[in-house]
Structures are given as C-alpha cells and as structure tokens.
Design a binder for this molecule. Structure first.
Ligand SMILES: [Zn+2]
Length: 71
C-alpha cells in the first residue's frame, strides 16, 4: 500500500518562509523557479520546498511533483 503525502503549502506560510530567508524579493521578481522544469514559481503553482545545497522549489506539474516524490 502506497502512502500518499500532501505537500500543500499555505500562501501565508510560503510568503513568511520567503521573507525569513530573504527570498521574497527574488520571488516578486519571478526569479524563484522550479528545480525540475525551470518555470517561475508563483503562489498558484508552488507545490513543495526542499533543501538540496540551498532551497529548491517544485511546481505542481505532474512530472515535477513525481520527480519531487522520487528524488
Ligand atoms: Zn516544474
């Protein structure tokens, strides 16, 4: 049986995370991109945040979410 994990991130949590890590400026300039496909991360498509040699972000495209799950 496969265990499913939800990585739903609340907008407010995501924004405070960005502010705490001095990433909010980059985010508002569209410089935060998905670590898998390179698309700009927005509040609409943020799927997950993970840490690999710095913070990386994952958008909610099926392929990226799958890569995130199996990384
Ligand atoms: Zn992506």
């Amino acid at each position: 049986m496969q265990r499913k994990e939800l990585h739903a991130i609340l907008d407010e949590d995501f924004i405070s995370f960005l502010q705490q890590n001095s990433l909010y400026d980059s985010f508002s300039k569209g410089e935060i991109i998905c670590g898998f496909c390179g698309d700009t991360i927005t509040l609409e498509n943020i799927y997950a945040i993970f840490y690999t040699d710095g913070y990386r972000f994952c958008c909610d495209k099926f392929g990226c979410a799958a890569s995130f799950q199996s990384r």
